[in-house]
Design a protein around this ligand. Sequence first.
Ligand code: ARG
Length: 446
Amino acid sequence: MDPQLVARPLGSPVAWLLGSPAVPDERSSLPKTASYEADPDEVGRVLLLYSGGLDTSVMLKWIQDHYQAEVVALTVDLGQPGEDFDVIRGKALDLGALDCLVVDAREEFAHGYVLPAIRANARYGGGYPLFTALGRPLIAKLAVDTARESGCDTIAHGCTGKGNDQVRIEATVAALGPELRIIAPVRGWRMGRQEEIEYARAHGIPVKGGTEVPPYSIDDNLWGRSSEGGPIEDLSEPPREDVFDLVTPPEDAPDEPELVEIEFERGCPVAIGGERLGLVELLERAGQIGARHGVGIVDHIEDRIVGLKVRDIYEVPAAELILTAHAELEKLVGTIHQNTFKPELDRHWAFLVYAGLWHEPLLDDLNAFMDRVNAQVTGTITLKLYKGSAKPVSRSSPNALYDPELAGFGESGGLFSQQASPGFIELWSLQSRMAYAVRRRGMEGS
Ligand code: ARG
């Protein structure tokens, strides 16, 4: 429960929602609520998921002070642009970490996490391509591996108690490392942003941006970037210009449209603009091309799994290009039955991943289905990029179910016969016509 809510006086508008009287504020006196949470005196050495930002830097010190524990830091490279991992590592060591490991996980992220999402056309809520949700289970898996290798008994992360990320990380750790325990200090330490900055100052932790409190909570990797919080929370206002970091505002994008060809083999993008590239490079290239044309800005109201609604500003140029082209190609090679059925499973896939259930067996079952369908998804889609839009304008595939000759459009004795159409219509409409007649009879009789 959000401690801020608990702390409100009784009789406040939210008291009835809570169903129980307000309890004293002392968070540390609360018993742990899940079996995998660490008892403070059990904590010996902590593996901290470290981004180099304010929260996790404060945590690095705070854990050493409050648990008298050693800290090993882990930083994961998922292709977040403009990050200097040497600087992050140096900062962790300065703050007293025993070690700071930097893992370049871009290849594994692209092939093991983003590619299945492409094959499942994954956009949660119709707009969010899940880059954060895809990254968390990989980060948590690497945390479990590294904790074991470095003799840690506990994993610490910097997620708040309000979001989805805590669910994704803890669900994965609890599944893969049942012997490990978890602490999430930000959930309980009751410091606001300003108090954290004061704590940082007092403990010699360098704070980026001086006294300016950064207005947004940012997360990014090679599949996209999100901004939440601050002025974005005012739903009645359009996003401020200072939110955007990746994508050119569509109105400032080039006046000339650009055609870009994207080639797929078995649902995997293999070439862009005629150049064959490895998946990581290809996704980065797609992001650059899309960003230049103002493509991939999504202003999204989202249902979090913890019950809150949130507004996110997403910048997802790579996902916009690749998912648009993939869906178009998949439609071209699928039958009417496959094309009406698969989007339902795609939605379910996106929900499970959004909801942090990466190790749910149903996801494996769905992946088997996605792979099977995608065995046909080979060919090329050309997109026209222009001032924020990416539209398919040409298509080709050896597996296309679009074959004028085979279907015999021209009465040439192909598989399709126009003479057969009236008979088809008679039978196809039979039940509907009967129902219509029966209902009309009923109305006349009343
Ligand atoms: N709303 C998105 C999600 O739940 C993005 C979260 C971004 N995370 C963050 N710590 N800012 O996946």
